[in-house]
Design a binder for this molecule. Structure first.
Ligand SMILES: O=C1O[C@H](COP(=O)(O)O)[C@@H](O)[C@H](O)[C@H]1O
Length: 223
């Protein structure tokens, strides 16, 4: 992995948004459509604010989340809600959104349908990921019920996840789908996450899931 340090979160957001826009444009130079995977959570909002007005042909970009919380879109914790409010606005409103959520009691009930929507678009062209202080990425959590399945080399595209201390059921892209992205970025802030990602380099993905996607990734960090 390579590590890039910024003076503050604002500088990080501007630089990462520029880099992602450049990579999406480059992908669109040699293919009809580009697939852009983005994280939810609290960190990426400012990047989306800068990226949503980038000058590129958003109508040829498919946007999907790295993972979703099994909640209706109107819910305050829905990752889709964040994407719709902060990324799929301005010029980026023309992008095609591929949701990881459909109205159903559990992800298992609609998993095949959701996967069928994503499969023809893989591999991911540009992937932005976040990481929790517990070293989870997407919704691949240490101690989760389907952790081994999500980390398996032949894992399905999507894996439902139930994890200790995580309030809702999740659905996540599996580690190999994320890891095979042509461009991979991880965005983190704060000393705790910096120390965690340094430790993760020497750990097994089963203990530190972020380790499964570190190879070839650029880690962007700000205090
Ligand atoms: O729950 C989630 O956590 C990670 C990290 O989120 P953050 O709030 O610590 O930035 C995020 O990447 C993932 O998409 C999200 O569902």
């Amino acid at each position: 992995m390579s590590f890039v340090e910024y003076a503050d979160s604002e500088m990080l957001a501007i630089a990462v948004a520029n880099e992602l826009a450049g990579e999406l444009k480059a992908a669109l130079d040699h293919q009809e459509r580009a697939v852009f995977v983005v994280p939810g959570g609290t960190t990426p909002g400012p990047i989306f604010d800068d990226l949503c007005d980038a000058e590129l042909d958003w109508s040829r970009v498919d946007v999907l989340l790295s993972d979703e919380r099994w909640l209706p879109e109107a819910h305050i914790r829905s990752n889709s809600r964040l994407i719709r409010e902060r990324l799929l606005t301005g010029r980026a409103a023309k992008a095609r959104y591929l949701p990881l959520y459909a109205r159903a009691e559990t992800p298992e009930a609609v998993l095949a349908e959701l996967e069928a929507n994503i499969a023809p678009n893989l591999p991911i062209s540009v992937c932005l990921l976040g990481m929790g202080a517990d070293m989870h990425t997407a919704s691949i959590f240490p101690g989760a019920d389907n952790l081994e399945e999500a980390l398996a080399p032949r894992a399905p595209i999507l894996v439902p996840m139930r994890a200790p201390n995580v309030p809702e059921v999740r659905v996540t892209l599996s580690a190999h789908v994320l890891d095979e992205a042509l461009c991979k970025h991880i965005v983190i802030t704060g000393d705790q996450k910096r120390a965690a990602i340094e430790r993760a380099r020497y750990m097994r993905p089963v203990d530190a899931p972020i380790a499964a996607v570190l190879s070839g990734a650029t880690v962007h960090w700000a205090p």
